[in-house]
Design a protein around this ligand. Structure first.
Ligand code: GDP
Ligand code: MN
Length: 381
């Protein structure tokens, strides 16, 4: 579960991490009033659950009332990477000389939490990790002991931070780790942690994602959940009881079983396409689940073609084929091409049943994926 920046900052501030003066606003008038109260310059920041708001035009620094009004008017109501902006954080603009990154997450490869520090804050940290992994200092933490002071100091030292701010950054990192642990964090991140000319450090951005399975023991955080801000499709997937992850591409993928779906994702990528989603309809999928899965991928406007990869075990090919037929028969016009590969239990019967006026049937997974990638490309061009 994600918190908005302003919510995360409240949690961080309560734990003693310095944050700028700020006020939340839902209207232009509220934003201007907040700016006047805080004093110019202020940053006006869209509160939506996406990163990279700066680059996408969701953050503006303003110097006076006219600019504040214009910026608030433009940002409130805007569509930011598919999310509707209905509130902004109006925040005292920080005059910084450096931007630092600090974060805590679970390192699943190592099986331990990891605390990270980088002197290359302010930019997309995933890009830094890819270009120059050594620019991020990492300390793995033994959760039985928590983060030792020497570990925080070592991470800050390894990141090459200025001596004058090292103590403050180390203490913020420790606080962030403690919060992550006590509040069942999934990811906690401050990027940028701004350093001012007088060596003050202040959290200019805040990310705090909470482990959804732990919300029952974090009732005050659970209350902050903003269902309206949830991705519509993810909400739908929850309702249908699917394992679903939205991705950036345009090839919709439906399969039964996580490994099978992952393989399909890899193959789409291998054949030069880009997966639009991970969608596992689970074992023993009946016709209704199949229809619901199609509803999901069809309502994703990024999807240009759909590939079904079904391996029958408990799931029977004939059931799935009936599900696909009945779901598609409801359309006068099939909105996107659907390519199906069936294998395993009752696959042959299934392929007989599939209505080839509605779907394209392929005998192998490779053929099905290639056909879907080609169909998606065709729609795209
Ligand atoms: P994100 O793009 O969604 O991660 O939003 P951030 O809050 O990290 O802001 C992106 C960038 O906007 C920062 O790295 C800064 O360069 C700039 N920015 C944000 N807040 C302030 C501020 O208070 N003062 C100044 N000068 N720049 C800011
Ligand atoms: Mn940021």
């Amino acid at each position: 579960m994600r918190l908005h920046e302003y919510q995360a900052k409240e949690v961080f501030a309560e734990a003693g991490i310095p944050v700028p003066d700020a006020e939340l606003a839902r209207t232009v008038e509220e934003a201007v009033a907040a700016a006047e109260e805080i004093g110019y310059p202020v940053a006006i920041k869209a509160q939506v659950h996406v990163g990279g708001r700066g680059k996408a035009g969701g953050i503006e620094l303003v110097e006076n009332e006219t600019e504040a009004r214009e910026a608030a008017d433009r940002i409130l109501g805007m569509d930011l990477k598919g999310f509707h902006v209905d509130r902004v954080l109006v925040e005292d603009a920080v005059n910084f000389v450096n931007e630092v990154y600090v974060g805590v997450t679970m390192d699943r490869g190592v099986g331990r939490p990891v605390a990270m520090v980088s002197s290359r804050g302010g930019v997309n940290i995933e890009e830094v990790a890819e270009e120059d992994p050594d620019a991020i200092a990492r300390e793995h933490i033994d959760p039985a002991f928590g983060m030792h002071d020497f570990q925080a100091r070592k991470a800050v030292y390894d990141a090459g931070l200025d001596r004058d701010v090292a103590g403050d950054v180390a203490s913020i990192l420790t606080t962030l780790y403690d919060l992550w642990e006590e509040r069942d964090g999934a990811d906690a991140e401050i990027n940028p942690l701004m350093v001012t000319a007088d060596d003050e450090v202040i959290a200019a951005d805040a990310v705090f994602n909470i482990d959804g399975d732990a919300l029952f023991r974090q009732p005050d955080l659970a209350e902050l959940e903003d269902e309206a801000a949830e991705d519509d499709l993810e909400a739908k997937a929850n309702e249908y009881g699917f394992d679903y992850v939205r991705l950036d591409g345009n090839v919709g993928i439906i399969g039964n079983g996580a490994g099978l779906v992952m393989t399909t994702l890899d193959l789409v990528d291998y054949y030069g396409g880009a997966p639009a989603n991970f969608l596992d309809i689970g074992g023993g999928a009946k016709a209704e689940r199949v229809a619901n899965a199609l509803d999901m991928v069809f309502s994703d406007e990024n999807v240009d073609a759909v590939v079904f990869n079904i391996f029958g075990g408990i799931t029977r090919g004939d059931e799935v084929a009936n599900g696909i037929n009945s779901a598609l028969e409801q359309f006068d016009d099939i909105p996107k091409p659907v390519i199906v590969r069936l294998a395993g239990t009752k696959a042959e019967e299934g392929m007989e049943i599939l209505n080839t006026d509605l779907v394209q049937v392929e005998a192998t997974l490779e053929d099905a994926v290639q056909a879907a990638v080609a169909a998606a490309e065709e729609v795209d061009s």
